[in-house]
Design a protein around this ligand. Structure first.
Ligand SMILES: [Fe+2]
Ligand SMILES: [Fe+2]
Length: 476
């Protein structure tokens, strides 16, 4: 067992570093391509400067091609991808990104056997504004005519549609995972309620699925944490917390088994609440002392309950016991100085964030996700260690998924994905801000530039309740 665990840890670390190295390599390759495109406008085809730039790019492409049938770059909504990996870009990339967008090119694929001379010919073609006219001959026929046989292009529209379909498919999967998790937890809650024994098998396997899904694409599941289910609030709250905690564990590059333990801890943190009546939990009125005591016992009850179940990670018990153990009103009371386990701190942090963003939905306390981040920042050092809070903010973004933004173009954008720039997420354009609702269905990245300047920037956030925009339907 220990060997198996250390094997999967090594594997995970390796894959993390391999991925980072690949992203760096792809970024450098694209920078070198950008240099060739620039040089081709200054020097004739045989010039040593241009030849040297092309050779440099060639060796980088060959490096990327090692063990691959092709090296594929995609440009989607102003962002750059190598295969499915997002490649970080800054404003220095805007000339090349705009050049390809202007030629309606959304995908560039290099094939093994490519030569320097093809690179130069390709750059010459791209440099011409009239290259690749839309609706005329097929782009690949055009480049083949120039003797370029090891580069394939894709039209922008086609790539966007494919990416859109992939995101759609991913969304479906994510909502199924969410529902399965709610069901698994519901079974346990029902068993605990009637005092029946339960098995952790289902929970462990659903957490495994969540971990794999988050490792694959964090944003697909994170979008779902915005859906606040009125009828099954407590269950959805715990599933949301599992997603947030697993995402943070992944963001912190914890080992896969540890991330899974953290997910179980988050999913089960409130299990001690099962016997408390709903009307007390929802706190619609001031609680009596007796009721208050009852609520404050849930960390102890939860830990005790979990200690009797086989296959539960010890950390889940610790997190259940410690998740309200902070601040002046923390409970259960504890004498002396007490240092909570980092996992308990992550669960507390996800709990606070979830509670704040839910209050927006349930109690009409109009707290936007970005305001929730500000509240967390105000409580810095209390709910959890400042370093964990910083990592959490870097992960969810300053404008978390589901935030409604007012853009400087007078459009309204709904945050769908984070990009590597916290101030420039990818948004779904919903409507003009003059109130005429017009769903364009267009997903754009705020990283996108035109003439070297950003096409759209954030000028503020909008309260969906006031703007009467139902954001839920975009995540269902
Ligand atoms: Fe709790
Ligand atoms: Fe909770």
């Amino acid at each position: 067992m220990a060997d198996e665990q250390s094997d999967s840890r090594t594997e995970m670390k390796q894959s993390f570093f391999v991925k980072q190295k690949l992203i760096d390599s792809a970024r450098t390759t694209f920078q070198l391509l950008s240099a060739v495109l620039k040089n081709v406008t200054f020097y004739p085809e045989e010039h040593p400067v241009l030849l040297a730039a092309a050779d440099k790019l060639l060796s980088k492409i060959e490096e990327l091609l090692e063990g691959r049938k092709e090296a594929a770059f995609y440009l989607i909504g102003g962002e750059l991808f190598f295969e499915t990996l997002s490649v970080p870009i800054d404003q220095s990339f805007s000339p090349i990104m705009e050049q390809f967008a202007g030629r309606d090119i959304g995908g560039i694929i290099f094939k093994p056997g490519i030569a320097s001379v093809e690179i130069i010919r390709f750059a010459c073609m791209v440099s011409k504004e009239s290259a690749f006219p839309v609706g005329k001959e097929d782009v690949n026929t055009l480049i083949a005519k120039e003797g370029i046989g090891h580069v394939t292009l894709h039209r922008a529209l086609l790539v966007d549609k494919q990416a859109g379909a992939a995101i759609e498919a991913e969304k479906k999967k994510a909502s199924d995972i969410f529902k399965d998790a709610v069901e698994a937890l519901k079974e346990i809650v029902q068993a605990v309620y009637v005092g029946k024994a339960f098995s952790m098998n289902k929970v462990n396997s659903i957490i495994q699925v969540i971990v794999d899904s988050v490792l694959d694409d964090k944003d697909a599941l994170m979008g779902l944490t915005n859906i606040k289910m009125h009828d099954e609030y407590t269950l959805a709250h715990s599933v949301n917390m599992a997603i947030l905690s697993v995402s943070l564990g992944t963001y912190l590059s914890l080992d896969k088994p540890q991330i899974a333990d953290l997910g179980v801890a988050a999913l089960m943190h409130d299990i001690g609440k099962v016997t408390i009546p709903d009307e007390i939990i929802s706190r619609q009125r001031k609680l009596t002392d007796e009721e208050c005591n009852q609520v404050q016992r849930h960390p102890i009850d939860g830990a005790l309950l979990l200690s009797n179940v086989s296959g539960v990670s010890k950390l889940a018990m610790v997190a259940a016991f410690e998740h309200h153990q902070y601040g002046e009103n923390g409970y259960p009371e504890f004498e002396g100085k007490y240092k909570r386990h980092p996992f308990s701190q992550i669960v507390s942090l996800a709990d606070s964030y979830e509670a704040i963003t839910s209050s927006r939905v349930y109690y009409a306390n109009h707290v936007s996700p970005d305001a929730a981040i500000r509240i967390l920042l105000k409580n810095r050092g209390i709910t959890c260690a400042p370093v964990l809070l910083q990592a959490f903010i870097n992960m969810v973004g300053i404008f978390p998924i589901g935030t409604l933004l007012k853009l400087d173009t007078d459009e309204v954008g709904l945050v769908m994905h984070q990009t590597l720039d916290l101030m420039r997420p990818r948004v779904l354009i919903l409507t003009r801000f003059d109130g005429s609702e017009k769903e364009t269905g267009e997903v754009v990245s705020l990283v996108e530039t035109m003439g070297g300047n950003y096409k759209r920037s954030i000028s503020g956030t909008i309260d969906p309740n006031i703007a009467k925009i139902d954001i839920k339907k975009y995540f269902d």
